[in-house]
Ligand binder design. Structure first.
Ligand code: PFF
Length: 475
């Protein structure tokens, strides 16, 4: 029998530190970049309505399941899942949920680093614009120098046309992520979250107030909160709302198992998971309330797709009073959010490698960073040098996908839901009931409701997205 608390196991210094770190993992480009994109492309209110419903009924219960697996096991994600399985008299093969998750999250980090690299580029270009230090002809200044909407919207294509710069930005972000993870749980991840998350919240509130005053707040409210149910009942809207709930709460990959493992025995996992889910969802909604008033006030289309944040927003900021400074602050904010998420993506494999191969944390972080960067090159270069490659033409729906879309699609449509499905079945049906119930910290009707959601609603709903993800033609 393995000891309950392995010697040398790291701990958060307080419950607040755990909440900040886990919220830091959840709040990221998924809230600022993916949520407005998805809401914009899926008709606004209908998408938002189901997204919130799915967070409450599916994602939050799954979040509690992941954190409790980690806190009970106090090991890497794979080690913790295997430990709970063994203690429940079940096969350690149930740790497959964490194996799938580890692969998924490592792959997510490969392209997350690329998008975060774009964010760094925009921090640089909006910063240069702000401080008026644009030297004509320098790549970072580029089209921004002429300050027209057309010029600004060329920033992205210009970046894509410059593979060296694209890869350099990606490298900067991966190095920062490795550096924080290498410093350890308390000195690195916790320290980063404790500083960056409050700074993030202050900036987000400031930008939202600015958007409410200078933008078209009424149009944004109507767009986000008036559900068109006819539109909502299209399966595409439902499945993307569910997928967004998964991605945004960092579920399926094991990030919450990894962070739960550093929580102390006296942390109430039920209420803490509720706080994290509430905070993440609030940030998504607030981000929507910051972005859409600006989009509407300058007459942009909400369904611009993934370029919404990178192409339309800088242009919009530019034409608004005080926009130069707010634009810069917005990208600084996105950078903080991305960094506290990427460390959780890297932590999963680093914790496992140190546990399994007795490697030091620094070596493990550097090794995984090199792998993530190298695989990430495929995504970074799929916007230029590798633009013609179609890595998985045999998968339905991915015939025309390049590396970036293929890796993004395979992870969020297939691997995360698959891991989530195994987790729900494992916790709802296989793991020792008493052990699990005790770990939740819940009691009475709330415990009964959680058990029902995790045993029935989660597996059925997640299986449904999985099927839709695998066979998009069914829609
Ligand atoms: N939740 C993060 C975001 O919204 O940007 C992304 C993410 C982080 C997904 C960690 C998965 C994960 F394990």
């Amino acid at each position: 029998m393995i000891a309950t608390t392995p010697p040398g196991q790291a701990r958060w210094s307080s419950r607040a530190a755990f909440v900040l770190a886990a919220t830091g993992s959840a709040v990221g480009l998924g809230n600022l970049w993916r949520f407005p994109t998805e809401a914009g492309m899926n008709g606004g209110g209908a998408f938002v309505f189901f997204y919130i419903l799915f967070v409450a009924l599916i994602a939050a219960p799954l979040l509690l399941s992941e954190t409790l697996i980690g806190r009970h096991g106090q090991r890497s994600t794979i080690g913790s899942a295997a430990y709970l399985a063994r203690q429940s008299g079940a096969s350690p093969a149930w740790s497959a949920l964490a194996v799938v998750g580890l692969i998924a999250n490592t792959l997510i980090l490969t392209f997350y680093g690329v998008v975060a690299g774009w964010v760094i580029y925009f921090v640089g270009s909006t910063g240069m614009d702000l401080f008026g230090t644009i030297a004509a002809g320098q790549p970072l200044a580029g089209a921004y120098a002429d300050s027209t909407v057309e010029g600004i919207s060329l920033l992205m294509p210009n970046l894509f046309a410059n593979p060296g710069l694209l890869v350099a930005m990606q490298a900067v972000f991966v190095v920062l992520t490795v550096w924080i993870v290498a410093r350890g749980v308390k000195g690195g991840i916790e320290a980063a979250a404790v500083w960056l998350m409050p700074a993030f919240f202050i900036l987000l509130i400031a930008i939202t107030i600015y958007a409410a005053i200078t933008g078209d707040f009424g149009a944004a409210l109507t767009f986000l909160f008036t559900p068109d149910f006819e539109r909502a009942l299209q399966p595409g809207v439902l499945s993307s709302a569910l997928g967004q709930a998964f991605f945004s709460l960092s579920l399926g990959g094991g990030a919450m198992i990894a962070y739960g493992a550093y929580a102390s025995r006296d942390t109430n996992m039920g209420s803490t998971s509720g706080v994290i889910a509430f905070a993440d969802t609030s940030v998504a909604i607030i981000a929507g309330l910051a972005i859409f008033p600006i989009v509407f006030s300058v007459g942009l289309q909400p369904d611009a797709g993934p370029t919404l944040m990178f192409q339309t927003l800088p242009a919009a900021f530019h034409s608004m009073p005080g926009g130069a400074i707010v634009g810069f602050l917005f990208f600084v904010l996105a950078f903080f959010a991305a960094l506290t998420s990427s460390v959780s993506l890297l932590e999963i494999s680093v914790a496992w490698v140190t546990e399994k191969f007795r490697m030091t944390r620094v070596n493990a972080a550097v090794m995984m960073g090199v792998i993530v960067f190298a695989v990430g090159l495929l995504s970074a270069l799929s916007f230029n040098i590798l633009a013609d490659q179609r890595p998985i033409p045999f998968v339905p729906g991915f015939e025309n996908a390049g590396w970036f879309d293929a890796i993004d699609g395979i992870t969020s449509r297939l691997l995360l839901p698959l891991s989530g499905l195994i987790t729900a079945i494992f916790i709802g049906w296989v793991a020792d009931r008493k052990l699990v119930n005790a770990e939740t910290g819940l009691s009475g009707p709330v415990l009964v409701a959680w058990r029902f959601l995790i045993a029935w609603v989660c597996p059925l709903a997640v299986a449904a997205i999985l099927v839709i993800g695998l066979f998009p033609s069914l829609l």
